[in-house]
Design a protein around this ligand. Structure first.
Ligand code: FEO
Length: 171
């Protein structure tokens, strides 16, 4: 059975994962109307879907452990970005924020010796390591590319192979 404090923290995490899905959905919609970045667009759409999965996993866990998962209201995310580089910088910042929030949940789980929740959250800790590393490497690449259009063409090709590799590793 979840404590009230643990339940509140997990419900907050549900909100953050829902927000993440929303934020990346807005990035996807913006990217879709930019020329020549079809794979970046797919990456954002896929990332948004993944965040929804993260949210759903949490909802099921809270409800299965005798709590009540609450579906949150969401603020409207940023709809446009000055450049792709700005969108990816926002993505990295957002993932760091998600990691911090997972860490807070983990802290409460340890305080309460809630081993089931510790075990459950370990998946999120591992996932955040991957997501932050991926976001950092994309930001590094965009930094190198700068305003070079052919570089952006290669980045878009690159992101397709990265997405396929991630799918492969999760299959
Ligand atoms: Fe589910 Fe990328 O945080």
């Amino acid at each position: 059975m979840l404590s009230k404090k643990m339940q509140a923290a997990l419900n907050e995490q549900i909100k953050i994962e829902a927000e993440s899905s929303h934020v990346y959905l807005a990035m996807a919609s913006w990217a879709e109307i930019q020329p020549g970045i079809d794979n970046v667009t797919s990456f954002f759409y896929k990332h948004s879907d993944e965040e929804r999965e993260h949210m759903l996993k949490l909802i099921h866990f809270v409800n299965e452990r005798g709590g009540f998962a609450t579906v949150p209201a969401l603020p409207q995310p940023s709809l446009t970005f000055p450049s792709i580089k700005h969108a990816f910088a926002a993505l990295l910042k957002h993932e760091v924020y998600v990691s911090e929030s997972i860490n807070k949940c983990m802290e409460i789980a340890f305080e309460e010796k809630d081993y089931a929740t510790i075990n459950f959250l370990q998946w999120y800790v591992a996932e955040q390591i991957e997501e932050e590393a991926l976001a950092r490497s994309m930001n590094d690449k965009l930094e190198l590319i700068g305003d070079d259009k052919s570089g952006m063409y290669l980045f878009d090709k690159d992101i397709l192979s990265i997405s396929m590799a991630i799918e492969g590793s999760k299959a």
